[in-house]
Design a protein around this ligand. Structure first.
Ligand code: PMP
Length: 368
């Protein structure tokens, strides 16, 4: 008997592999592998989630009205153009589900966020990667890769795992060069960490027409990765499509409550930003001192490059760090086998990481 067959493309999906949290035999693990916040969530968000536990027998507000209103007020956006999701990952999937058919192409950058090809293939579309220049998205290369089949362009800005970004002018040039029917998705998951004054999360491009949208997350600066909460700001036509394809209760009531509380705790977000502003350059400088170069990241992680020499390469460094209880992210899946991505953890965690890498660079065995 013939077994049920999934839609074309599904079996080509390489499942996304998240950062690990445990190391056998090691009690204190330092996890710098998933770009989580060093400070943890706002105490107000924790309290809101706790209070929500008492009423978990009730379904959540499927329209996320209070949270969308709060997001609208916070960012100066029309709540009717905001759609919430179980993490921005869900929204990336919904976009492909809503817009792609088999044969369509979904364009992204060579070292772009790993969910883009997964979401494309899950919807039967073909992922197409445009080359980057200096580990940075190239508008020219993206435009050159557009074909009549291109349906969606995904751009993480800043990008994970490279940490690099393109300016507001470049974003605008990319949009202007894309055919009007192509949906341009600006994934601004790390926007809150960016200090550069030529940066834009993309709101003005969303407002300019019917074919650009921005996605955001509560997993990074708001430190709520485990809650699964993200959102999109879209033109009304795109919001309508996402609202049709999403599940009616796709966001839990705990996530809605915690998200609103986290958004309102501006002092806590400012602390997280200050922490990152101090420790990211500190880490880049300390790594440079021991001969490890990093990309000019504007997010809450750095991408560190190791030479390809045997015993000195990224794989050996990763193994050495693990022996010392530190988990960072190997980058083979991102076509960057000579790199490791390191999240900005607490000051203590980063000092221990630098100490371990200093030993590694000297060629010493595991530190105690
Ligand atoms: N976009 C980018 C660029 C990311 O790095 C991540 C998280 N790793 C996401 C989207 C998805 O985040 P979440 O689903 O937790 O909102």
């Amino acid at each position: 008997m013939a077994a049920p067959q999934p839609r074309p493309g599904v079996l080509q999906v390489k499942p996304y592999i998240g950062g690990e949290s445990q190391l056998p035999g090691i009690t204190r693990v330092i996890k710098l592998a998933s770009n989580e916040s060093a400070l943890g969530p706002s105490p107000h968000a924790i309290e809101a989630a706790r209070a929500d536990a008492e009423v978990m027998h009730r379904y959540p507000d499927g329209d996320a009205i209070e949270l969308r209103k709060a997001l609208g007020a916070h960012h100066g956006l029309d709540p009717a153009q905001i759609v919430c999701g179980a993490g921005s990952d869900e929204i990336l999937h919904l976009i492909c589900q809503g817009y792609c058919s088999p044969g369509d192409e979904v364009l992204y950058t060579k070292h772009g966020f790993a969910i883009y090809p997964v979401a494309a293939q899950a919807s039967g579309a073909t992922p197409v990667a445009a080359p980057e220049v200096n580990l940075t998205a190239s508008v020219d290369n993206l435009l050159a890769a557009v074909t009549p089949k291109t349906k969606i362009v995904f751009l993480a800005n800043p990008n994970n795992p490279t940490g690099t970004y393109i300016s507001a002018d470049e974003l605008k040039r990319l949009r202007a060069g894309l055919p009007e029917h192509v949906l341009f998705v600006i994934d601004s998951a790390y926007a809150e960490f960016v200090g550069a004054n030529d940066y834009s999360a993309g709101v003005e491009l969303v407002n300019a027409g019917e074919n650009t949208m921005m996605t955001r997350t509560f997993s990074k600066i708001y430190a709520m990765g485990g809650m699964r909460l993200g959102w999109a700001y879209c033109p009304p036509n795109v919001a309508d499509v996402l609202n049709r394809v999403r599940g009616p209760f796709n966001v839990t009531s705990a996530a809605l409550a915690a998200g609103k509380a986290a958004l309102e705790d501006k002092a806590f977000v400012a602390l997280a930003r200050e922490h990152n502003d101090y420790w990211r350059p500190w880490l880049a400088d300390e790594l440079a001192k021991i001969g490890i170069t990093t990309t000019p990241s504007v997010a809450n992680f750095v991408l560190a490059r190791f030479p390809e020499a045997a015993g000195r390469d990224a794989k050996s460094a990763d193994a050495f760090l693990r022996k010392n209880g530190i988990i960072v992210r190997a980058m083979g899946g991102y076509h960057l086998p000579d790199c490791l991505r390191i999240t900005i953890g607490t000051g203590e965690e980063l000092r221990l990481l630098v100490k371990a890498l200093t030993e590694f660079q000297k060629g010493n065995g595991a530190i105690q």
